[in-house]
Design a protein. Structure first.
Ligand SMILES: [Zn+2]
Length: 239
């Protein structure tokens, strides 16, 4: 555990303060800032604790994966099962909340193959949007970053056609029914977007799927906008 200064002169634990508190949100100095941070606050493998990287090759290879990612579960493709407090959960946390952008490539790489390749056509990746307020707080939308990695690996197009119209409580604070209610009407199509093609497969990208309520809400909006083929693609899902 590392400590940092919360601005009021008190050293606070990682629960309240993270590496990203020191980082510029974007721009030229981000890599330099990361390099300096690694000197003062070294990173450790989420699995074995080895210093210098977020996940060593051995622990990455040992990450539990679904044997057949080509078989979607409820129309959602997932590379790995998700468990709280697992090394994978820590890896996702570092990406999403600590701003460790380099972890995105590791996460996207958990797919040994492109599960969409057998479907033919040219699927379009649609990141699940964050509300502008949360993007400003976090500095990025993790789903959009993951979508860019998938697009680069699998030669696909990304279309950010959705927006989050309502600022909602984090889903992680809620259970089943509360999650559905929390997200109802929270998404819409961007105003400038043309009607969606009924022939195209739109693939919603998110980091984790738990109850599926986020993806379901997004599917409703895409379907209302003309899409006929929609599925989800996440790094991990709860089992
Ligand atoms: Zn390791």
């Amino acid at each position: 555990m590392y400590a940092c200064n919360n601005g009021a002169g008190h050293a606070v634990s990682r629960e309240n303060c993270s590496r990203r508190d020191f980082l510029p949100r974007s721009g030229t100095f981000m890599n330099l800032a990361h390099a300096l941070l690694n000197i003062f606050f070294p990173i450790y493998c989420v699995g074995c604790g080895k210093e210098g990287l977020h996940c060593c090759a051995v622990c990455l290879a040992a990450t539990a994966r679904f044997a057949h990612t080509t078989q979607p579960w409820n129309d959602v493709y997932a590379a790995c099962p998700f468990e709280d407090h697992s090394p994978l959960a820590e890896l996702i946390h570092r990406f999403k909340y600590d701003g460790a952008m380099e972890v995105a490539a590791l996460l996207a790489g958990l797919y040994a193959e492109n599960p969409l390749s057998r479907l033919g056509g040219a699927p379009v990746l649609v990141p699940v949007p964050l509300h502008t307020r949360r993007v400003n707080m976090r500095g990025f939308n993790q789903s959009a970053i993951l979508a860019e990695h998938f697009a680069a690996r699998w030669n696909m197009e990304v279309q950010e056609v959705l927006v989050r119209t309502r600022y909602t409580r984090p889903q992680v604070e809620l259970s089943g029914e509360g999650r559905e209610k929390n997200l109802r009407g929270a998404f819409a199509m961007k105003k400038s977007v043309a009607p969606l093609s009924p022939e195209t497969l739109y693939v919603l990208v998110d980091d984790v799927c738990t109850t599926g309520s986020t993806l379901r809400e997004c599917i409703k909006v895409l379907t209302a906008a003309g899409a006929r083929n929609v599925c989800g693609l996440v790094i991990a899902r709860t089992v």
